[in-house]
Design a protein around this ligand. Structure first.
Ligand code: SAH
Length: 253
């Protein structure tokens, strides 16, 4: 069974209008696939995806293979209830303008029930006013106002990531570290006892001052929060320093 996030992402189309460089089409496919998006629609591309597109897709060949090819933007948007245009410039025309997180939220909200689209313009001139008029809103990635235009695949990557980030946050997904098998309080006490004994045995420091030294050493090892394997190694070193058996733990061999 596919989960809600996968189902929503599958209903978000990335529409590229009259892309000139096939390499950019491939790079957009890669940007999409890394973020779990799959529907790529091409409107009158100058060239159909070729070897350069495949090279830049870097394994996202399936998206290129299944990409829809359309003569007009209207065709590419068939069935979509929400259309957002990505714009490199802040236009003078009054049109609802979204920040990338708002754009992602709206696309995800609407894609829960139907198809939606994000439209990207030509490398040379972006989207025409007539094309913008097909959009419910525009999204602008806030770039340097004096140098605001991203490569179309870079823009697609930023917006695709924002969509995935928002979807994951909705599901409460987070990257988690591998849980570490930390040494327990008793094991740490056992180690400190062993350490004190060893320091005496090898005549390290002044026994009168040893409580001060031990406090510092405790602070050091407590800061490190060793796990069980690490504690085993330390105890092996202590045994070896006392001339006992070298107790190297198996995990480290
Ligand atoms: N020279 C064009 C820029 C084209 S960049 C112009 O001035 O409009 C190609 C496409 O990438 C743009 O049409 C837009 O869809 C997207 N894009 C580039 N930079 C962007 C940005 N800062 N915010 C949103 N989309 C951007």
């Amino acid at each position: 069974m596919i989960d809600q996030m996968t189902a929503s992402l599958a209903r978000i189309r990335f529409v590229l209008v009259e892309t000139t460089h096939t390499g950019n089409i491939g790079a957009v496919a890669r940007a999409m696939k890394t973020m779990g998006l799959s529907r790529l629609e091409l409107v009158a591309p100058r060239h159909l995806p070729d070897a350069e597109a495949l090279a830049r897709a870097s394994g996202a060949d399936d998206l290129l293979e299944h990409a829809g090819i359309h003569e007009t933007l209207v065709d590419a948007l068939a069935g979509c209830r929400l259309v957002i245009g990505a714009s490199a410039r802040l236009r003078t025309i009054e049109w609802p303008l979204l920040e990338p997180p708002e754009c992602a939220q709206q696309l995800l909200d609407e894609s829960a029930t139907g198809d939606v689209a994000l439209v990207f313009g030509r490398e040379s001139s972006g989207l025409t006013n007539a094309e913008l008029a097909r959009c419910h809103a525009l999204v602008h990635i806030p770039t340097n106002p004096d140098f605001s235009s991203l490569n179309v695949a870079a823009a697609a990557q930023v917006l695709a990531y924002e969509i995935r980030r928002t979807a994951r946050a909705e599901q409460g997904e987070r990257l988690t570290d591998q849980p570490r098998d930390l040494a327990t309080a008793e094991e740490m006490e056992g180690f400190y006892g062993h350490l004190t004994e060893t320091l005496f045995a090898i005549r390290f420091g002044d026994p009168e001052q040893s409580h001060k030294l031990m406090r510092r050493l405790r602070r050091l090892f407590n800061r490190a929060r060793p796990d069980r394997v690490e504690l085993n190694i330390l105890r092996g070193i202590l045994s070896a320093a006392q001339g006992g058996k070298t107790a190297r733990c198996d995990a480290e061999r």
